[in-house]
Structure formats: structure tokens, C-alpha cells
Ligand binder design. Structure first.
Ligand SMILES: NC(=O)C1=CN([C@@H]2O[C@H](COP(=O)(O)OP(=O)(O)OC[C@H]3O[C@@H](n4cnc5c(N)ncnc54)[C@H](O)[C@@H]3O)[C@@H](O)[C@H]2O)C=CC1
Ligand SMILES: N[C@@H](CCC(=O)N[C@@H](CSC=O)C(=O)NCC(=O)O)C(=O)O
Length: 378
């Protein structure tokens, strides 16, 4: 039992005071975990585009002031009343996609959309009392996605924390909390890519590259990587792309380019950007008759997708994925074990390692497109 158990902890955190404002690294007070909650000492946290999207004020659930961050790994400092699945000292990955094992969605074999705490994580508070565990100068600061990993300590629901191998390097497996897992799961769980099939991947950030890695591992015979930034193509080929296309090099819609390259389109297409026009393009270059298009990208609040109904009438399927369809607390440990067994390329997604105090510089790198994943340590 940590000697801090049951007591508030003053620690370093990056506070998002408002949309488009730089994060302020400062002292935050983290209250002890309540019933059904776990306080985690964060060892490493990475930045995902979704953090940037929320900081830009594009997330309808983005509440300020808050502590962002949802891709991390750490060690349990203490647990609240009734917690049985983890204990102090356990190595864990916070999971923004919770898993209770009891709700209708957890019990359904084809869904990971647990609802046990979702109504509360969307409001930046904890389920047991509807309050935040973070305060700055006595004033509450909202949680984010039920994880808030841009802090030396955070408090999460028990449903939102996966226990992982104590020997796993936390500054590497932190990536499994979001983007890379999502790309892999979109291929394996959502699309169920078959050997010999054709795939198109729009957007070559960490998520898109993870789709490519998984599609190659699933035996896809053609993997077309699409991005506006040609500097992304070398990595795409390293991860398994068989062709790279820059829409800027063509004077026709990108979906027409892909259909002409593949005769009728690709068996599977993936949008890994968050751009509703690209989502349409990805659907419309899915193969006539049977193509499946998977939306992974997160679009800004209020944005909608559209296409001609004829695209669906002629057999294309349009779907999406949250966290790659992984049932988090059950399957994240397996992803860690796969990494430990050398089965995945996780290290290659880490392009920068920086100190936590450099978090605003890390966001600049993400915005410049010079970074796949930047891992921050304290
Ligand atoms: N559904 C889910 O569970 C998850 C969704 N996401 C979302 O996935 C998306 C990708 O995340 P990251 O890889 O971290 O983003 P990123 O910003 O690192 O990568 C996006 C890539 O798309 C490219 N791009 C931008 N506009 C384009 C266009 N019009 N055509 C072609 N390429 C274009 C950029 O050059 C960049 O390489 C984001 O929207 C993020 O919020 C991320 C994690 C989980
Ligand atoms: N709060 C946003 C939701 C944006 C979104 O789609 N989030 C993804 C994860 S993105 C991680 O980097 C997701 O899995 N959503 C499922 C969920 O339950 O939020 C909005 O309201 O649009």
C-alpha cells in the first residue's frame, strides 16, 4: 500500500484552460480514488490527433478546463472501495474505451462499446459522485475520455484500466492505449480483411500505418497508401504498402483514381484522417458489389457524411470503429503480449521521445506532420 493511499496528491499536470490555448504545465491536486476507481501514476503518455482535435475545440464533448491525454501506461498507486481487478503496484494501460463485461455491449461478441461509464466520461466526471478528482487552486478541472493521462497521477474507473505484463516497457506499450491498436483492430475486428484482398488506406499517420501493418499481416495482396504529404510514403512502404498515391498529383477525384487503378475498387478501404470528404471518397472507391469502407477518423463537431444512395444500393458497406473494436480490458493485455513476443512493429511508431514539460512542442510536431507518436515521460 502506497503511503499516499487515501490522501490527495499534488503533482505535475498539463491543464487545457480553453480551446486553442497552449497547455499549462503546473501543480494539480489529485484526490484519492472513490468507490470503483483507480489512481494511476503515469509512467509515459503519448499524443494522439484526438487530443489535438479536442484542444482545437472541435470535440462536442470537449469541456474546459480539463486534463487531456488518453494514450498512456503507468502503475497503480491505490484503489478505491470495491476494486478487485487491479491492486497497488500493478502495471496498467488506461482505456478510454471501457469494458465492464456486464452491459449489453460487452456481452455482444461484435461490440466493444461499453456503456458502464460512458455517460460520465463524456461529461468529464466520475460515476460514483459526478465530480472530478482534479482541482487547481481548489477549483475543479474536468477529466477527458475517462483517462486524463497528461498528469503525473490520474484517476480512472476500474472499467477503464487494463492490467498488463509487469515486464512490458511502459514507454512503448503506452501506444496500445489508442491509435495503433485502433488501426490494427479496424483491420482484424471491424473489416476482417481476408488474405489476397485489396486495401486502400487514406491518411498515413500512426493510425493509417497501423492499418497498413495489420493489412499486410492479414495477407492483403494490394495495399494502396494515400496521403497529401509525400514524406509519409517511405514509412507506408516500410509498413507494407504496395503503392502510394498523392491526390495532389491527379486532376480527378481520388476515388476515381483508385477505381481506375483497381478495376471496380478495393475490397476494403479505411479513412484515417477525420475528413468527411475523404470518408466519402473512401466509400466510393470500395469495390462495387462487396467493398467495405471503415471510418476511423474523428470529424469535427457538426460535420456529417454524405454519398449517393446508389453507392450502397450497389453493394458497398459503410461502417466505423471505436478503438478497433477491441474489448479493452480483455484484449489490451494480449496486444502487449504480442508486442513482447516480437509480433508487432510498435517501436517504429515512436518518432519522438520528449520530457513532459515539452508537451506544447510535441503538439506542434503533431500539427506539422513531423511526428507519428511522441512519447512523453516525467
Ligand atoms: N476511431 C477511433 O477509435 C480513433 C480515431 N482516431 C482518429 O484517427 C485519425 C488519425 O489519427 P492520427 O493517425 O493520429 O492522425 P495524424 O494527423 O497523425 O494523421 C493524419 C494523416 O492524414 C493526412 N491527410 C490529411 N488530410 C488528408 C487528405 N485530404 N487526403 C489524404 N491524406 C490526408 C495527413 O497528412 C496525415 O498524414 C484522427 O482523426 C484521430 O482523431 C485516432 C485514434 C482512435
Ligand atoms: N467526443 C467525440 C467522440 C469522438 C470519437 O469518435 N472518439 C473515438 C475515439 S478517438 C480516440 O483517439 C471513439 O472511440 N468514440 C467512441 C466513444 O464512445 O466516444 C464526439 O462526441 O464526437
Amino acid at each position: 500500500m502506497a503511503d499516499t493511499a487515501g490522501k490527495p496528491i499534488d503533482c505535475k499536470a498539463a491543464v487545457a484552460w480553453g480551446p486553442k490555448q497552449p497547455l499549462e504545465v503546473r501543480t494539480v491536486t489529485v484526490a484519492p480514488p472513490g468507490p470503483g476507481e483507480v489512481r494511476v501514476k503515469i509512467a509515459a503518455t503519448a499524443l494522439c490527433h484526438t487530443d489535438a482535435y479536442t484542444l482545437d475545440g472541435l470535440d462536442p464533448e470537449g469541456l474546459f478546463p480539463c486534463i487531456l491525454g488518453h494514450e498512456a501506461a503507468g502503475i497503480v498507486e491505490s484503489v478505491g472501495e470495491g476494486v478487485t481487478s487491479v491492486k497497488a503496484g500493478d502495471h496498467v494501460i488506461p482505456c478510454y474505451q471501457a469494458y465492464c463485461g456486464e452491459c449489453k455491449f460487452c456481452k455482444h461478441p461484435d461490440s466493444n462499446l461499453c456503456v458502464s461509464v460512458r455517460a460520465f466520461t463524456g461529461k468529464g466526471v466520475m460515476k460514483s459522485d459526478g465530480k472530478s478528482r482534479f482541482t487547481v487552486d481548489g477549483k475543479p478541472v474536468f477529466h477527458f475520455m475517462g483517462t486524463s493521462t497528461f498528469s503525473e497521477y490520474t484517476v480512472v474507473h476500474e472499467q477503464s484500466v487494463a492490467k498488463v505484463d509487469v515486464n512490458a516497457p511502459l514507454d512503448k506499450v503506452c501506444l496500445l492505449g489508442c491509435g495503433v491498436s485502433t488501426g490494427w483492430g479496424a483491420v482484424y475486428n471491424t473489416a476482417k480483411v481476408k488474405p489476397g484482398s485489396s486495401v486502400a488506406v487514406f491518411g498515413l499517420g500512426a493510425v493509417g500505418l497501423a492499418v497498413i501493418e495489420a493489412a499486410a499481416r492479414a495477407g492483403a495482396s494490394r495495399i494502396i497508401a494515400i496521403d497529401l504529404n509525400p514524406s509519409k510514403f517511405a514509412a507506408a512502404k516500410e509498413f507494407g504498402a504496395t503503392a502510394c498515391v498523392n491526390p495532389k498529383d491527379h486532376d480527378k477525384p481520388i476515388q476515381q483514381v483508385i477505381v481506375e487503378m483497381t478495376e471496380w475498387g478495393c475490397d476494403y478501404t479505411f479513412e484515417c484522417i477525420g475528413n468527411t470528404s475523404v470518408m466519402r471518397a473512401a466509400l466510393e472507391c470500395a469495390h462495387r458489389g462487396w467493398g467495405t469502407s471503415v471510418v476511423i477518423g474523428v470529424a469535427a463537431a457538426g460535420q456529417e457524411i454524405s454519398t449517393r444512395p446508389f453507392q450502397l444500393v450497389t453493394g458497398r458497406k459503410w461502417t466505423g470503429t471505436a478503438f478497433g473494436g477491441y474489448k479493452s480490458r480483455v484484449q489490451v493485455p494480449d496486444l502487449v503480449n504480442d508486442y513482447m513476443a516480437g509480433k508487432t512493429m510498435l517501436d517504429k511508431y515512436i518518432t519522438h521521445n520528449m520530457k513532459f514539460d515539452q508537451i506544447n512542442e510535441a503538439f506542434d510536431l503533431l500539427h506539422k506532420g513531423e511526428c507519428l507518436r511522441c512519447v512523453l515521460t516525467f
